[in-house]
Design a protein around this ligand. Structure first.
Ligand code: MG
Ligand code: ZN
Length: 220
């Protein structure tokens, strides 16, 4: 059965997302939509990213959470300019919220903008935000069996970051089983393994971001 109200909300979201995409392209800004479960380490990854690339790329972040501005405060303290969207319980970001938050930034002064979505492995996948790339941050403590359970999120990923590799053994995380599940859903999507706690692997993530910024500027 079709639900007309839902359809119109989606088409409105997509129209605004198309406008955002054009705007980002015009300014040559690479935009990364970071999606994950709550607690898998999106904000910690951005703190590490600030350390790795802060002197090299002009970056900022839009933070989405159901309540509090804790993540924006963390990132601002780490030296990454961040603006918080509080969704008041909402379980994903939509393109109109992102469009409103963009008023806080001068896109000509940015190379790379992160949109840290609300922690949720389901509906963020359904809302186009005009992003250049979709990145899933997954953590070993979530279990290697999850890609097959949440395929909508994994099928659209341009990159899968596996965080908390320092806990992989304690969590009985089966890397081969995880990768086989991801490959079944999304072919040869790159997988980068990191520990935001120790910093291991963060250089691979930084390399991927450099390349994304380079190709975005070439296309602008
Ligand atoms: Mg966060
Ligand atoms: Zn939602």
């Amino acid at each position: 059965m079709k639900i007309p109200i839902e359809e119109s909300a989606f088409s409105r979201n997509d129209r605004t997302a198309d406008e955002l995409r054009a705007k980002f392209a015009r300014h040559g800004v690479a935009v990364v939509n970071l999606m994950s479960s709550p607690g898998s380490g999106k904000t910690s990854l951005l703190e590490r990213t600030t350390g790795a690339l802060g002197g090299e790329l002009r970056m900022a972040a839009i933070e989405g959470d159901p309540q509090t501005d804790r993540d924006a405060q963390r990132l601002n303290a780490a030296g990454l300019r961040a603006v918080q969207i509080v969704t008041v319980g909402g379980c994903h970001l939509d393109s109109e919220q992102v469009a409103d938050a963009l008023g806080e930034f001068d896109l000509d002064q940015l190379d790379l903008l992160f949109i840290e979505n609300v922690g949720n492995l389901l509906c963020p996948a359904a809302f186009d935000l005009g992003e250049t790339a979709d990145v899933i941050v997954f953590s070993t403590t979530e279990g290697h069996d999850k890609p097959g359970k949440y395929p909508e999120m994994f099928v659209l990923a341009d990159l899968v970051v596996v965080n908390k590799m320092d806990l992989a053994e304690a969590a009985d995380f089966d890397e081969a089983a995880f990768e086989a599940d991801v490959r079944r859903i999304n072919g040869d999507v790159p997988i980068v393994k990191v520990s935001c706690k120790t910093g291991d692997g963060v250089d691979g993530w930084a390399d991927w971001l450099r390349e994304l910024v380079r190709t975005t500027k070439d296309g602008a």
